[in-house]
Design a protein around this ligand. Structure first.
Ligand code: FMN
Length: 363
């Protein structure tokens, strides 16, 4: 199946944006883990839309209902299933899109793939709404990791051409918590103000903007992951590209390292308190697909929201002719700031999966 990922910890999302409910199944969670429901809900609320003009005005409470796998808030070891009921949908806004695919959305490719049978109301299974159940899985994975000293955090590194500061060489759990508590997830509040202006300007122009998310994980031991095709980078990239609108993933200095000389790019090694560390971290904590115990760092590029209010060129599929489309309905003028906890969630799920695998399912 393509809507799930992971080996020892298997995470699968299901549902459509305007169906009865969306949800997640998580198989392979360690038994006996207490899940703090308030913390989980606070995590989900960071992604939730409708809080301000920076996101779609669709109002959803995004409160998960657990059907299995949890008893009195403690994991049972059996497959966990959680659903989130859809309530605030305006399906009429999407009637025209059944015949006229939105440029840069999945309307056309889904129509080809499933011969017009997919429920594409509100973007269907391709909707950003499917990232809410992903955050249920990731919020739980994050709590289990934190109990073992592994912390995952992210911030909005750029919107359009406006940039935030970057994470320090050694980000801390406190820094992750501080940025997560902000209404707009940047390290620098001044940069955050500038980015919000860019988003509001795009909204005003019936347009949208993209952005970049920087994510880091600390507390990972050295030696996690496998070489070549099953490395930590491979596993993370495969899952992160499952987040709708992600068009790029890079680790450490990423594409920037291609412009450096070896003498500029290499991370010098030294011993510190009996541990091997590096003085810089352009490798992003991964060498040969295997962690080296330095912070794992990655960046995710998010494209501008496809649905914009401006008139655009498209086609009529029934008449097989060129036409124009004006997208109605409620859409995010920028996806990137809402996707910050989603990137954390997916990263946490993949890291927990890798650590469980390393410890034969009992990390
Ligand atoms: C949190 C989130 C919110 C999104 N909101 C919208 C939206 O309001 N309108 C839209 O057209 N696309 C939105 N998207 C993006 C589409 O779901 C995505 O572009 C589409 O499924 C095509 O997939 P691709 O961009 O990965 O190729 C959102 C994505 C995320 C992660």
């Amino acid at each position: 199946m393509s809507s799930d990922f992971g080996k020892t910890l298997r995470v699968g999302v299901f549902g459509e944006s305007h169906g009865v409910a969306i949800g997640v199944t998580v198989d392979g969670l360690p038994a006996g883990e207490r899940i703090d429901m308030d913390e989980l809900q606070a995590f989900l609320d960071r992604r939730r839309p409708g809080k301000n003009p920076l996101s779609t005005t669709r109002r959803e409470t995004d409160v998960p209902e657990f059907l299995s796998g949890l008893r009195d808030g403690v994991t049972c070891g059996t497959p966990l299933c959680a659903v989130i009921h859809n309530s605030d949908h305006h399906s009429a806004d999407y009637a025209e899109l059944a015949d006229k695919p939105r440029p840069s959305h999945a309307d056309y490719t889904a129509w080809v793939k499933w011969r017009g049978q997919a429920d594409m109301r509100g973007g269907g299974h391709f909707s950003g709404r499917l990232t809410a159940p992903l955050c249920v899985a990731g919020g739980i994975a994050g709590q289990i990791l934190a109990r073992r000293g592994v912390f995952v955090g992210a911030h909005l590194a750029a919107v359009g051409t406006e940039e935030d500061e970057i994470f320090p060489l050694h980000p801390t759990g406190e820094l992750f918590r501080a940025v997560a508590a902000k209404p707009f997830p940047t390290l620098s509040d001044a940069a955050g103000e500038r980015m919000q202006r860019v988003i509001l300007d795009a909204r005003e122009a019936q347009d949208s903007v993209g952005g970049i998310i920087e994510c880091a994980a600390i507390g990972l031991p050295a030696g996690v992951g496998e070489p070549m095709f099953d490395g930590v980078e491979n596993r993370l990239a495969a899952a992160l590209f499952g987040i709708p609108a992600v068009k790029g993933v890079e680790f450490g200095a990423g594409f920037g390292s291609a412009r450096l000389r070896g003498s500029e790019n290499n991370d010098a090694l030294r011993v510190e308190n009996g541990r091997v560390v590096t003085e810089t971290n352009r490798a992003g904590g991964i060498l040969g697909g295997i962690t080296n115990s330095m912070p794992l760092t990655l960046r995710v590029g998010i494209k501008p929201t496809p649905s914009i209010g401006q008139k655009q060129k498209t086609v009529s599929l029934s008449r097989m002719e060129n036409t124009e489309l004006t997208v109605h309905g409620r859409h995010d003028p920028c996806i990137a700031h809402r996707a910050v906890p989603v990137v954390e969630a997916v990263t946490a799920c993949v890291l927990l999966d890798l650590l469980l695998e390393e410890h034969h399912g009992a990390f």
